[in-house]
Design a protein around this ligand. Structure first.
Ligand SMILES: Cc1ncc(COP(=O)(O)O)c(C=O)c1O
Length: 362
């Protein structure tokens, strides 16, 4: 028995904790605190087990028509995956030769680097400008490998910052590879690149979406992307035949017919976010303007205390109080906490806990 070297040496992606204790205030994995649409419950209750006897639709006829309608495009330009993580994995399979590289900003979604390692291709990180702002992506690795696929989270995670659309369009127009704009948090942001992906003259830009965040369906596993028809066709060629099960298809379709519900929840979350960010800033925290359902916040400095140790200590103390947020080690991320936006009451509990941990200084 033999395990591939790249897998043996793999630093696997570490998802946020999923505690069994339901009393925990869970602000660590960017889930939605509100229930999915009532149409979802109805779809689950009325699902006929007869449909489980047969395989599900492998080409998602109804779903692609609905998603195309939402984005003003055609079904040939829509691909559907088992969560957007699957779409990412398939893009790495379809668009990158063995002697090419995968690129992304640093920091960004840490799964990207792991996906490159699984494919055993180079990963090229691109540094950001101060304030986690846009900087021209690096498209060649130090080893001379060309980046064939640039994975561009927008708004970025864990920074929460959204890059200007013009920068993305300009980059894509001169990039020889594929640009995949990961809009996992797009419904919490002021703008989207979906229209760029749907444009008839687009040759290399894909926009990816998930139902996990704004639609409150992380447990379902459903993501999709839109882009040029030839790239979409390539993704269909490399996917498993039945990558999204019949229940997920029925439930996703119901959710996609209730955009109003999703938008209402997203608007509530944005209001809570802006209020929470203002309260953290009033306590001296540095909070970049968020276009997501989370903030990436740095506690105020304390003389003689290392900023990374300080953020880590607050993370642990919150956990001790059954409030879970996320901490990412690393030079660019280790002095901050990523806090998912929950209900108003969740955020008040968090602020109370912070005030207990750190009573206001005279
Ligand atoms: C930037 C980004 N992309 C993709 C995903 C994965 O989403 P999904 O649940 O659709 O696999 C996440 C999940 O946290 C994410 O943060």
């Amino acid at each position: 028995m033999r395990i591939r070297k790249s897998v043996e040496e793999l630093d696997p992606y570490v998802p946020g904790e999923q505690p069994k204790d339901r009393s925990v205030i869970k602000l660590n994995t960017n889930e939605n605190p509100y229930l999915p649409s009532p149409l979802v419950k109805k779809a689950l209750e009325s699902f006929d087990p007869e449909f489980l006897r047969k395989y599900p639709d492998p080409v998602f006829t109804e779903l692609r028509a609905r998603i195309a309608e939402i984005h003003g495009t055609v079904p040939e330009r829509v691909f559907i995956g088992n969560g957007s993580d699957e779409v990412l994995s398939l893009a790495c399979r379809a668009f990158v030769e063995n002697d090419e590289a995968i690129g992304s900003f640093d920091p960004s979604y840490s799964l990207y680097k792991t996906l490159a390692a699984i494919r055993a291709v180079s990963f090229v990180p691109s540094p950001l400008a101060p304030g986690f702002a846009w900087s021209d992506p690096v498209v060649k690795g130090a080893d001379g490998k060309d980046v064939a696929l640039f994975l561009l989270t927008n708004p970025n995670a864990p920074t929460s910052v959204q890059y200007p659309k013009e920068n993305i369009a300009e980059f894509a127009s001169r990039f020889r590879g594929v640009v995949l704009v990961d809009e996992a948090y797009g419904d919490f942001a002021p703008y989207s690149c979906a229209d760029l992906a749907a444009a008839p003259d687009n040759r290399n830009l894909i926009v990816m979406r998930t139902l996990s965040k704004s639609f409150s369906l992380a447990g379902l596993r459903f993501g999709y992307c839109i882009g040029p028809a030839d790239l979409v066709e390539a993704l269909y060629k490399v996917k498993d035949s039945y990558n999204v099960d019949a229940v997920a298809q029925a439930v996703a379709l119901a959710a996609l017919y209730d955009l109003q519900w999703m938008r209402g929840n997203a608007a509530k979350i944005c209001r809570t976010r802006d209020d929470f960010a203002a309260k953290l800033r009033a306590r001296g925290w540095d909070v970049p303007k968020s276009s997501s359902n989370f903030v990436f916040a740095r506690p105020p400095a304390r003389p003689g205390v290392d900023a990374h140790e300080r953020a880590r200590a607050i993370f642990e103390q919150l956990k001790g109080r059954h409030i879970y947020v996320r901490y990412f080690r690393g030079p660019e991320t280790g002095d901050r906490l990523r806090v998912t936006i929950g209900t108003d009451s969740d955020m008040e509990s968090l602020l109370c806990a912070l005030d207990e941990i750190e009573p206001a200084r005279a």
